[in-house]
Design a protein around this ligand. Sequence first.
Ligand SMILES: Cc1cc2nc3c(=O)[nH]c(=O)nc-3n(C[C@H](O)[C@H](O)[C@H](O)COP(=O)(O)OP(=O)(O)OC[C@H]3O[C@@H](n4cnc5c(N)ncnc54)[C@H](O)[C@@H]3O)c2cc1C
Length: 450
Amino acid sequence: MSDAASTHCVAVIGGAVAGAEMAKALSAVGTEVIVFEQNPKPFGKIEDGLPRWHASLQEKEYKRIIEGLTDPRVHFVPLTRVGRDVDFTDLVEGWGFTGVVLASGAWRDRPLPVDGADDYVDKGLIYQNPFIIWFNHADDPEYDGPVYTPEDGALVVGGGLASIDVCKALMVETTRAALKERGIEVTMLELEHKGIPKVLEAHGLSFEELGLKGCTLFYRRRAEDMPLMQMPDDADEKAQAKVRAGRQKILDKAQRKYLFHVEPLCSPDALIVEDGRAVGLTFRRTKIEGRRVVPTDETFERRGPYIISSIGSIPLPIEGVPMKGELYDFVDWDLGRLKGYPTVFSTGNVATGKGNIVASRKHAKSVASTLVEAFLGLGDDDDAVHAGEENISDALHAGATTAAEDIAHIIAAQPNIEPEVLASILERVKARQTEVGYDGNLQAWVDAHT
Ligand SMILES: Cc1cc2nc3c(=O)[nH]c(=O)nc-3n(C[C@H](O)[C@H](O)[C@H](O)COP(=O)(O)OP(=O)(O)OC[C@H]3O[C@@H](n4cnc5c(N)ncnc54)[C@H](O)[C@@H]3O)c2cc1C
């Protein structure tokens, strides 16, 4: 328990990168922080969004998150989903908190924009978030979510880092399975690390000899438009050309190393359904006019064992949180202030409404193409990969820290909390922790759930 001097008490919803940075910034200025986390572990997209070939980065990030949550003023409440186990409006208006910070991330896949798509989820249509969660937990005996089999020739709809991760996972796992059929055992990490051509070459094989054709990434714009590097708002023509060339180079390298195909300038138009399953897509050819994607009259069909839709992650609705379209209804995007709730703030993916690192507005400019390349495993050696990971991690944390400090600063100016209100909050928190079996030792709890 913390000392009695705390003058503010804040609820943070979500305990991962953004939640832990928020807890750190608040506890550093003497605020009591209650972190509600729906899962047993507070690792969010680090554990379930970053593919598991980033194992050493994940370990480092886990430590960093745990550090952010271990100040005596921070009270972690696992297995508690706001909107299900705790009512959001009651949390904001009833508990007596000085403020509430949403750090709950972006976990809902943006729906594939074709008629009836959601009738075919897991019947030929797979969304990226559950696919990567499965990929990361394929060897975990406690995993009880949907199970997918990597199959050759899948159709991936998307563009951007997350969809390249999906293609990499498919290519690495289908190659591994094909090699295994020939009695050759290689690990997922070896294929990811060295790249498919090098591993095959070492065994005197070519990709074609394995009888594989590879998956295809379908993207509605040109390859050079793919958001693998952020285009600065103020970029002049020369700077724009540089960013476009950088994006093209990253994509070319990724294709050479992992052998997936890219079909630019097309968007999904309709599902092809046979025997109750989605077996392919009709695409409409697009063209780019200025910054607009313009559909043309040309269509074409592509079939595959399944379709993976990787067109972005958006926040999951929480009962009581006002929405505007697919995002929360923010009146101030920088602080993530919600309409109708002056003491509510937001940080991290929930506030950008996007699920990947390059999209985050606070750090985007500092992530250079070489670092993105290294992060994607396209660097020449281990040192380059680690440098890429470290730099992106630092940029990401710098963004989360700035956002957290801005919010902590505003909360510090709020009226002090009455000691009896604080005592009643801490009592409720203790009761919930006891209910879920958490004794306050975060590291031991995490170890027990790993
Ligand atoms: C170097 C690096 C590269 C990365 N690259 C990528 C990438 O390419 N793609 C990617 O997806 N991510 C990537 N990440 C992960 C990245 O950290 C996150 O995408 C980003 O930091 C957002 O973190 P967050 O805390 O906002 O959200 P999340 O990590 O999503 O955390 C949100 C937390 O809130 C919890 N939560 C959600 N709803 C509720 C609720 N109602 N009640 C209680 N708890 C709730 C969740 O369980 C989760 O733990 C990368 C991270 C690093 C360090």
